[in-house]
Write a protein of this length. Structure first.
Length: 426
């Protein structure tokens, strides 16, 4: 029996039975691939062992679909197992792992900052392995909402990653999620029947950092007018703000954006400075949160979480909250990487929700202060993390010196008295 061919046929039939959700997912694996599984006899041995191993495990929905996890509500065991394997693969892949996998602690942080609710429309335009969409559904379930009453949409240009994401969504029970392939800048696929961009209540993403070939040549003639709203088109070799502009274009008038960005977008000049100024003047930035370096697979650079809000609460109008979460107490240091634990996420979310000054951690700046800084959003301009030493005045220093001299003289006199009693007078 050719087990490789049997699995190839079975994979094709499973795809067809689950079209279009699994299109291009299972058939991409060739179980007869000699370059990966070796000669015929070796393939039979490996595949046979694999089938026997899984045959001993009950993977039915009734046995694995849900489990009650402390502080996390009802969880999907098979889906979470797949998520675990994706995370392990991302660790092994190093820098390339960051192209499809965002650390789940960072995902949780952004989702909890955005507070999605049942009935909302959610989009991740650079969805990778779909972790942000999946945790959004989990967050809604944990807050007594029905995740099936969510619209979950995503797009991903890497077809291999797209396959991972599709399977991840399916294993988490999110069968109605729409996940499209293609370049979101050049060919946005999440459009209505008239070709207009769909709009969403929450747009969440970790786009590729400073992408050099992002589609600059197409931007000026973009039929959706995504890149002519804030005064400039992003530079040819840095696509960060192109992705942000797309996200803002698909956010509805009451919606919010949560996005991972390199710190460079906060202070770089030129076209990026013009775009940043336009977004600030439109009063869309609500919070800029700096995270510690070494959180991401194979990337040591620090990142910023930018929260943009088209419907700020009145007390937040004309204000931006800056949080420096790279401070001690806001992350856990590891040997090769740093980590955001539950306690750190809670502290950051609480700082965002209270929207108040926190010494050496958070500062609320109004637009006048930002304009005075030439619309530079670099966190260090607003949050002073300096530990100020208690430097005495000249008078205080002289007083302390005289007191020290007096204590020295008193100690010497006491010692002379003791020596005199013992007959050793000087």
């Amino acid at each position: 029996m050719n087990l490789g061919e049997v699995l190839n046929v079975a994979s094709a039939e499973i795809e067809e039975a689950n079209a279009p959700r699994l299109d291009g997912v299972l058939r991409n694996t060739n179980w007869n691939d000699e370059s990966k599984l070796g000669s015929g006899s070796n393939r039979e041995r490996i595949i046979g062992s694999l089938l026997k191993h899984f045959d001993a495990i009950d993977l039915s929905n009734a046995n694995l679909r849900e489990v009650d996890a402390p502080d996390q509500g009802v969880r999907n065991v098979l889906g979470d197992s797949y998520e675990y394997l994706i995370g392990e693969f991302a660790d092994d892949a190093g820098k390339k792992g960051g192209e499809f996998y965002t650390p789940r602690s960072v995902v949780r942080l952004i989702v909890e900052l955005l507070e999605p609710r049942e009935g909302m429309r959610i989009c991740d335009p650079t969805a990778g392995s779909a972790g942000m969409l999946i945790y959004t559904a989990q967050y809604v379930a944990e807050h007594e909402g029905n995740p099936r009453n969510l619209v979950l949409h995503g797009q991903e240009r890497n077809l291999g990653t797209l396959a991972i994401g599709k399977l991840n969504l399916l294993l988490h029970g999110l069968r109605s999620a729409r996940y499209e392939g293609g370049d979101v800048i050049a060919e946005p696929a999440l459009v209505d029947e008239r070709g207009r961009l769909l709009s969403y209540d929450r747009v969440i993403a970790n786009p590729p950092f400073s992408l050099k070939e992002w589609g600059h040549a197409l931007a000026a003639d973009d039929p959706h007018h995504r890149f002519d709203r804030y005064g400039a088109i992003p530079p040819k070799t840095k696509g960060d703000l192109a992705f942000l502009q797309h996200m803002l274009a698909v956010t509805n008038h009451d919606g919010m954006v949560g996005v991972v960005m390199p710190h460079g977008i906060l202070f770089r000049g030129g076209a990026e400075g013009t775009i940043r100024k336009g977004i600030v003047q439109a009063d869309l930035f609500e919070a800029v949160i700096g995270l510690t370096p070494n959180l991401f697979n194979g990337a040591s650079i620090p990142v910023a979480i930018c929260i943009l809000n088209k419907a700020k609460r009145p007390e937040r109008d004309g204000k931006v909250l800056f949080i420096d979460a790279a401070q001690e107490g806001y992350f856990r240091q590891g040997k090769a990487r740093n980590y955001l634990d539950r306690e750190h996420i809670v502290k950051i979310v609480e700082a965002y929700q209270t929207f108040e000054e926190i010494e050496r951690v958070a500062h609320v700046a109004d637009l006048e202060e930002i304009a005075a800084n030439d619309f530079n959003l670099n966190i260090s301009r607003y949050v002073d993390t300096t530990v100020h030493e208690d430097v005495p005045t000249v008078e205080e220093a002289l007083t302390r010196l005289r007191e020290a001299e007096q204590r020295r003289d008193d100690a010497a006199a006491h010692m002379d008295a003791l020596l005199a009693e013992l007959g050793y007078a000087r």
